[in-house]
Design a protein around this ligand. Sequence first.
Ligand code: PDD
Length: 286
Amino acid sequence: MSIVYLNGAFMDAAEARIPVEDRGFLFADGIYEVTPAYRGRFFLMDRHRDRLLKGLCELRIDADTSGLAGVHDRLLRENGLADEEVAYVYLQITRGVAPRTHAFPKAPVAPTVYAFARPYRRPDREVWDRGFEAVMVPDRRWARVDIKTIALLPNVLAQQAAVDAGVADALLVRDGIALEGAHNNFFAVFGETVVTHPKSNVILHGITRGYVVDMARDLGLEVQERPIQVEELARADEAFFTGTTTEVRPTVRIDGRPVGKGGVGPVTRRLFEAFLERVERHAAGG
Ligand code: PDD
């Protein structure tokens, strides 16, 4: 049994009901956030909350977010995940329920707030050590993907293209630039220089991305936040994706071509080790 949160109450997922006129259902008019917890302690919660607040502001959804940290904690407890090595809480807020017209409801309606918790299974170390593959997929998304909206159809289709190709990740490409994954950010490594697309309206400003950028600098690596041309990938030594449900995932082949020597490289390894060390320290109360 899975316990979810819906509009102020905790209940069995099978009991949770959303009216058909919910604007999330009709228009994908809402935003979401996914926050990881390591042994029951939420990681970078403030950054996830700030991105949520920014999204609500951009969409002009007036939601009371004051109790949401408590909702996150309780969802872990209710689902037996408070001691889980890694778990995450998915939170979604839509503009609410109103007769279908494109513009916002004239009289304000209460937003719909839904959240659930799930365990996250990190790949076994042998699997991680072999690395993962990606395929390039044209980016068909709108021009404000920096807002974490629930309108994810192009991401769904891109990830399905990866699944159909038997690989882990989709690398979204637009105008010859490798932007990010369907649900994660993308990095290429040239020697000891780590490169990722700058924060703008064409990528999601991943919380893990920002954390890895800071961590790379702490480790003495050079970081460049600039667009990555697809042609440059032939010269890249390493590549990896980052995200809440990806952590740091090495990419050893893109479209069947090896990245660098075709194995997991030393920079990706160092970053993942440092990431694991830090989340373990966080889990232990540090
Ligand atoms: N995805 N880019 C996209 C398009 C994403 O959807 C995500 C997150 C990221 C990584 O962001 P973060 O490091 O904050 O998780 C980048 C979530 C996990 C999802 O859709 O399930």
